[in-house]
Design a binder for this molecule. Structure first.
Ligand SMILES: [Zn+2]
Length: 399
């Protein structure tokens, strides 16, 4: 009877412990895992810092190239502006030349017109002279040659007659000379007019050439303006590229900073978490050879035998994301090494590393103990990949 009650008592207590442990593990697994181990793996963390640094330096090199190219475009732009300014000066000078030629043409036209008037006047003089002569000749002709002679012969004496005849001859000669002179003058003026008109034509040709040159300059100006616009567009594109590269570089730098803060796990072997002489593993990862009641059949860690108070070392550098008592783990420390990798040290008698501490590989973080659900002093050492327990012997070498 007594024996039976003892057995029943024992059975009830085991059941209770199992339930408590089961529920505590359940709570731990369902709630704490996501909080403590952060099982969301970020894509950028798939790359290690070295890769990111090299990517960043590539971008920075591209950025430098972009800046250099931009500076070249800036130089080209100012050269182009100078070119346009020069062309503008040339165009203005050409316009002035054309204006001057216009004035010359105007002056020449006036000269031509004045000469025309002179020519007309000379022609009129000739015409007048000719018509006067004609009148006189007609008058003379009316009298007839005989009568003309008689006039001469009727003179008192021959001298008188000869004088009269001389005078007639003189008048005739004078008329002839006068006419010749006028004709000569007229011809001279006409030649002068033709010369002036020729000069005017030359000026008009010059103006045409100057105008053509101006149009050529204006065409060049338009072309250079297009080039300037192209350069300006290049500059804008380079500026955009520069900003984009800067943003990319900054993004990677930020990722690296975040990774450094989180001490991204970059691989490599972890340090043995105890002094090398404490290398006896009492319980390996996986199915337990001798299942301990209430602890499940699978062991997600290695248990290493060590005396109470022995140093526990950080297996890798990282940030302490938990330091405290937690269910059956007892006093424990959890370190985030980045990249979704955590290590867990349980059943400690004394915790040294505090929440938020950044520790280096080999730092003393706690002392061995037997707190929580433990049968004697030992270190329960877990490695987690994104929250899932994996065999720590994949990471540490047993000394
Ligand atoms: Zn254990």
């Amino acid at each position: 009877m007594n024996k039976f009650l003892d057995k029943k008592k024992k059975f009830t207590s085991i059941l209770a412990i199992t339930m408590v442990l089961f529920s505590s593990f359940y709570v731990f697994a369902s709630v704490k895992t996501s909080d403590l181990f952060g099982d969301i793996k970020r894509p950028e963390e798939e790359k290690n810092i070295e890769e990111l640094e090299s990517e960043k330096s590539n971008i920075e090199q591209k950025l430098e190239e972009t800046k250099t190219e931009y500076q070249e475009q800036v130089k080209l732009y100012s050269k182009q502006e100078q070119e346009l300014a020069n062309l503008q000066v040339e165009i203005m000078a050409q316009i002035e030349l054309i204006e001057k030629t216009d004035i010359d043409i105007e002056k020449k036209s006036e000269e031509v017109e004045a000469k025309k008037l002179e020519v007309n006047k000379a022609k009129a003089d000739v015409d007048n002279h000719i018509s006067a002569l004609r009148k006189r000749l007609r008058a003379m002709y009316k009298f007839g040659k005989t009568e003309y002679l008689q006039i001469i012969l009727r003179s008192e004496n021959i001298v008188n007659a000869l004088t009269r005849l001389d005078r007639v001859r003189y008048i005739a000669e004078y008329d002839r000379n006068m006419l010749e002179e006028l004709k000569y003058l007229e011809q001279n003026l006409e030649e002068k007019q033709a010369e002036l008109e020729n000069e005017k034509k030359g000026l008009q040709d010059l103006k045409e050439i100057q105008t053509q040159q101006k149009e050529d300059l204006e065409a060049s100006y338009a072309q250079e303006l297009v080039k300037k616009k192209q350069i300006s567009e290049n500059m804008e594109a380079l500026e955009r590229q520069k900003q984009q590269l800067e943003a990319e570089s900054e993004k990677i730098a930020e990722t690296i900073r975040q990774m450094q803060i989180k001490r991204v796990y970059v691989g490599g072997v972890m340090a043995w978490p105890l002094d090398y002489n404490y290398n006896y593993i009492t319980s390996f990862f996986g199915p337990r050879a001798e299942p301990i009641p209430g602890a499940g059949t699978n062991h997600g860690a290695i248990d290493i035998a060590a005396p109470s108070g022995a140093n526990i070392y950080a297996a890798l550098g990282g940030e302490v994301v938990y330091s405290g008592s937690l269910f059956s783990y007892g006093e424990m420390v959890l370190i985030d090494h980045g990249g979704g990798i955590h290590t867990l040290y349980a059943h400690s008698s004394l915790r040294i590393a505090k929440l938020g501490d950044v520790v280096n590989k080999g730092d003393v973080i706690a002392k061995v103990g037997t707190t929580g659900r433990s049968t004697g002093p030992h270190l329960h050492f877990e490695v987690r990949e994104n929250g899932t327990r994996v065999d720590p012997l994949n990471y540490v070498v047993r000394p």
